[in-house]
Ligand binder design. Structure first.
Ligand SMILES: *Cc1c(COP(=O)(O)O)cnc(C)c1O
Length: 372
């Protein structure tokens, strides 16, 4: 049997480049607590996003700390079609998630269904730029203004994405990134909050580090959610190569598109539509949606791929409202589109070091399974 192909593989710099920075860390004997590496990565990201950046130990703690710092109360309108983290961060802060269905074009929150969910207890909207596809940020801003709501974006998938020439982080009150190994850009584990309101700065910093203002002054009941120097160094190295990685991802996605255009029953993201919306995309995932026309189910396709050494991922399945820990509480939700998508979606291998031969092998296997 041929080599197994995993759904993802992390972006990694040349080892020698990382070693250069490790030597600096060794010389400094400074491993964490805002050392030179964290400062440098923060500066570089602030330049990239043209906004303020705070670094975190991971994306989840970035989001949790952000919500905590914004001191919200009540209900948060969000999407059920996301990773566990989004909802967990809301719940951990004593807030109630209110789930809005998604749209079937790009799987982001359906902006036409948001207003019906707003009550006097609603304090914020927390949508996800899922697969790196920007939400309808303009409409969300309009709704938020009209009802005086905060907007926090889970931008875990959206590193490097732009809309109308601006970084995707220019929208909403703040955005969270994940720099987990599986994301387009990684610091092994890591995350960030990108924001513009300087009133958030102290709160984010205190809440990230036990509420410590200085050695003798503890001003908040905070977490320990700091990034360390080894992770920041990885980030500095990966930042040097991430643009090339995104270019390569784009090539691969276009190869997949060409191949799947011959198969009836496989729906892909509409990359032309994204472009028409003014989106500079990051090709972070390759989701394919199995429709009735295909003749086999998503689960069958998943299993057959696995038998041939191609590891896909049911991402996102199950829906948040169907998790064991949430099922009972959220059983009354009717989310037809999200449900349908979760039953039929599969993300297939996509990463910058995937070779053309491997892409062809995956295409041929899928064609054989689906057309024969
Ligand atoms: C990865 C991810 C997170 C959490 O990020 P971590 O860095 O793994 O903590 C949050 N939301 C979404 C949508 C994600 O994909």
């Amino acid at each position: 049997m041929q080599k197994k192909i995993n759904v993802t593989s992390p972006l990694m710099p040349r080892l020698e480049r990382y070693e250069e920075l490790l030597e600096k860390i060794w010389d400094s004997k400074w491993l964490t607590n805002d050392g030179a590496m964290c400062k440098e990565l923060k500066n570089k990201l602030e330049e990239k996003f043209d906004d303020k950046v705070e670094l975190f130990v991971n994306g989840h703690m970035a989001l949790d700390t952000l919500i905590k710092t914004m001191d919200l109360r009540g209900e948060v309108i969000t999407t059920p079609y996301t990773f566990a983290s989004t909802t967990h961060a809301i719940v951990m802060n004593g807030l109630k998630p209110v789930f809005c269905d998604i749209n079937e074009n790009d799987y982001t929150i359906d902006v036409e269904k948001i207003e019906a969910l707003i009550t006097e207890n609603t304090c914020a909207i927390l949508p996800v730029h899922v697969y790196g596809c920007p939400c309808d940020v303009d409409r969300i801003e309009e709704i938020a203004r009209k009802h005086n709501l905060k907007v926090i974006y889970d931008a875990a998938h959206a590193f490097g994405v732009k809309k109308d020439g601006k970084s995707i982080t220019a929208y909403g009150d703040a955005s969270m990134f994940s720099f987990h190994a599986t994301k387009v850009f990684n610091t092994v584990e890591g995350g960030a909050v990108v924001y513009s309101d300087e009133k958030l700065t102290n709160g984010l910093r205190y809440n990230r580090n036990f509420g410590i203002e200085n050695a003798e002054s503890i001003v908040a009941v905070g977490y320990n959610a700091k990034m360390n120097e080894l992770c920041a160094a990885m980030g500095i190295c990966n930042l040097e190569i991430v643009d090339d990685a995104i270019k390569r991802r784009k090539e691969i996605v276009y190869k997949y598109c060409e191949c799947f255009s011959e198969i009836r029953g496989i729906k892909m993201l509409d990359y032309e539509r994204l472009e028409k919306r003014g989106v500079e995309y990051n090709f972070s995932y390759m989701p394919i949606e199995v429709t009735d026309e295909l003749g086999i189910s998503r689960n069958e396709l998943f299993e057959q791929l696995k038998e041939q050494g191609i590891i896909a991922r049911k991402y996102f399945y199950p829906l948040i409202v169907d998790y064991e820990c949430y099922r009972e509480e959220f059983k009354n939700y009717d989310l037809p589109i999200a449900k349908r998508v979760a039953e039929n979606i599969l993300t297939i291998p996509l990463y910058a070091t995937l070779t053309n031969e491997e892409v062809e092998r995956i295409c041929n296997i899928i064609k054989k399974i689906c057309v024969d």
